[in-house]
Each structure stands twice: as C-alpha cells, then as structure tokens.
Design a protein around this ligand. Structure first.
Ligand code: HEC
Ligand code: HEC
Length: 258
C-alpha cells in the first residue's frame, strides 16, 4: 500500500504542475517532439554551439579513432572519409549475418571483431562512446528511419510491450511518463516524450557523454526498478521501439541534456 501511495502522490504532484499537453494527450507516435523543446534556453544554446557543446570532445576523439590504423586497417581505410554519413539514421537494424538486431554500438563492435581482428569494446567505454558519437554526428539533422519488418518485427513488438509494462517499486511504465504525462513537471524536470534522437548525449548530471541505454537505466532506477544491462536484448528491443516511435524526428547527437 505504501508503494501505491507513493505512485499516487507522484501523479498528484504531476497533476498540480501540469502545463502543456493538457487534457487530451497527443500521441508521440503521431506527433514526435524532441526533448530539445523541453530544455531551458541555456541548455539549448549549449547544444547548438559546436564549440561549447561538450559532446563534441567525444566526437573529436571518435574522428581520431576512426583514422587510427590497427595493422588490420582503420575504419577510414574501408569506409572512406564521408562513409558514415546517414548511417546512424537507419539503426538499430537486423543484421542478416549475425542474425540479431544491432544498434550502432553493436555494429561498430561487429566491424572491430569481424574486419579488424580486434576485441569488442565494452559498452560505455570511452572509445566506444567516441566512435558511436562520431558516427551518429554524421547523421545530425537527418530524419531517423528504421526497418521494422520481417526479422525486426518481433524485436519491435517486444520493445513496445516493455514500454507499456509497469515496473519498479513505483509501479510506473515508460508509457505513463512519456506518452501520458509529457509536458508536465516532475521533480524539477519537464517531462519530455522520452525520444532517443539526442543520443549519445552529454548529460550535465553525468558530467559526461553517455549512451541511450545509460539513460534508460536512469529512468528505471528512477522508478526503483532493477535496470537491464547496457547492450542487453531488452534494451535493444526497447531502442528499436523508441526509434520507430520517433520517426520523422531529426537526429541531434551529440545532444545536451540536464
Ligand atoms: C517516473 C517517470 C518516468 C518513467 C516511468 C520513465 N521515465 Fe524516461 N525520463 C523521465 C525524466 C524525468 C526524464 C528527463 C527529462 C525528460 O527528458 O523527460 C526522462 C528522460 C528520458 C529519455 C531522454 C529524452 C531526452 O530527450 O533526453 C528517454 C529516451 C527516456 N526517458 C525513455 C524512457 C523509457 C524507455 C522508459 C521506460 C523503461 C522511461 N523513460 C521511464 C521520467 C521517466
Ligand atoms: C576491413 C574493412 C572494414 C573495417 C576496417 C571497418 N569496417 Fe565497418 N563495415 C565493413 C563492411 C564490409 C560493412 C558491411 C557489413 C559487413 O559486411 O560486415 C561494414 C559496415 C559498417 C557499418 C554499418 C554501415 C551501414 O550502412 O549499415 C558501420 C556503422 C561501420 N561499418 C563502422 C565501422 C567503424 C566505426 C570501423 C572502425 C572501428 C569500421 N567500420 C571498420 C568493413 C569494414
């Protein structure tokens, strides 16, 4: 009962502070709105200025790693200088050869192991963040579009299911915060639609760039649920659902968030 009360209190406090998205809830799938729109003017300015945006430190490190030769060849030796333009807008994507869904991080690691005779980089390692933010930045401003048919379909379905499942001690689903309550205030944050288009993003709270999966872990601990592992199947499914739900939004990585 104590838990129910907690959730009740939370919803009540949200109700009081409600602004925007009043009454009838506009579906984020029909009308996706970037998290950028919910930021303060200062944070937006930080994202917009490539010299001030701290995320560009990782992009620059990624550009360097992209050029680095490991004996077995560099990324650039196979893909060329402009080879990553538009790639990020198509991920996650079902990989026929690996027979699994790969997000950008997974695809980069697949190249390391398959084409470079290197080991896979750990999720959230500095080098993987650098490479993934470099590749993602090459699609900045492009609209995201993913293939969710054939083998990808069950991944999408599972991700959608996860999104609607209540979780944690607060017993709240992603759907309740990011479909039903976006635009409202929650603990000093204005709730966004939970769109993935800014990631990898620099979070002021992290004092670092981080992946979408790290952000998902934060949302789960926020409702006192046990988070899934970074790069786990559950988060890949959820990522595909989030990207599908965000279709039409332009990619913003490296975004800046609170
Ligand atoms: C208790 C409410 C709550 C729940 C439940 C919740 N989140 Fe969040 N989420 C937030 C808050 C607060 C933020 C930070 C402000 C914002 O962007 O909404 C956030 C941010 C995000 C962001 C980053 C958006 C951006 O533009 O930076 C994503 C993506 C996200 N959530 C996805 C999810 C997913 C997927 C789930 C379910 C596993 C989930 N959230 C569950 C409250 C919640
Ligand atoms: C020896 C050549 C080679 C090297 C080195 C290489 N790749 Fe690849 N990469 C490929 C091939 C070939 C593909 C197409 C998929 C496949 O057959 O594996 C690919 C696919 C990709 C894709 C997906 C492209 C798309 O359109 O879907 C990305 C992203 C990528 N590589 C990034 C990288 C990065 C980053 C590095 C360096 C860490 C790298 N690759 C190193 C050969 C290479």
């Amino acid at each position: 009962m104590r838990l129910l009360t907690l959730a009740g209190l939370w919803l009540a406090s949200v109700g009081v502070a409600a602004q925007g998205n009043e009454g009838s809830v506009i579906s984020p799938k029909e009308q996706p709105v970037s998290g950028y729109r919910f930021l303060t003017p200062e944070t937006r300015a930080l994202q917009d200025d490539a010299f001030a945006n701290p995320g560009y430190l990782w992009v620059a490190a990624g550009a360097k790693a992209y050029q680095t030769s490991h004996g077995s060849g560099s990324c650039v030796s196979c893909h060329g200088e402009r080879g990553m333009v538009g790639v990020a807008s198509r991920y996650p994507r079902f990989d026929e050869e690996a027979q699994t869904l790969l997000n950008l991080e997974g695809r980069i690691n697949a190249c390391r192991t398959k084409h470079q005779e290197l080991s896979a980089l750990a999720y959230e390692s500095e080098e993987l963040l650098a490479l993934s933010s470099y590749v993602a930045e090459q699609s900045r401003g492009l609209r995201t579009q993913v293939n969710v048919s054939a083998e990808a379909a069950p991944w999408l379905e599972a991700g959608e299911e996860y999104f609607f499942q209540r979780r944690g001690q607060l017993n709240l689903a992603c759907h309740q915060c990011h479909d039903q309550s976006w635009g409202k205030m929650l603990r000093g944050d204005r709730l966004s639609q939970g769109q993935p288009n800014a990631f990898p993003a620099y979070r002021l709270e992290w004092q670092s760039l981080g992946s979408l999966h790290r952000r998902l872990q934060n949302c789960e601990t926020g409702v006192r649920a046990e988070p899934q592992a970074l790069g786990s199947r559950a988060y890949l499914e959820l990522e595909l659902y989030l990207v599908w739900r965000s279709q039409g939004l332009a990619l913003e990585s490296p975004g800046v968030r609170r």
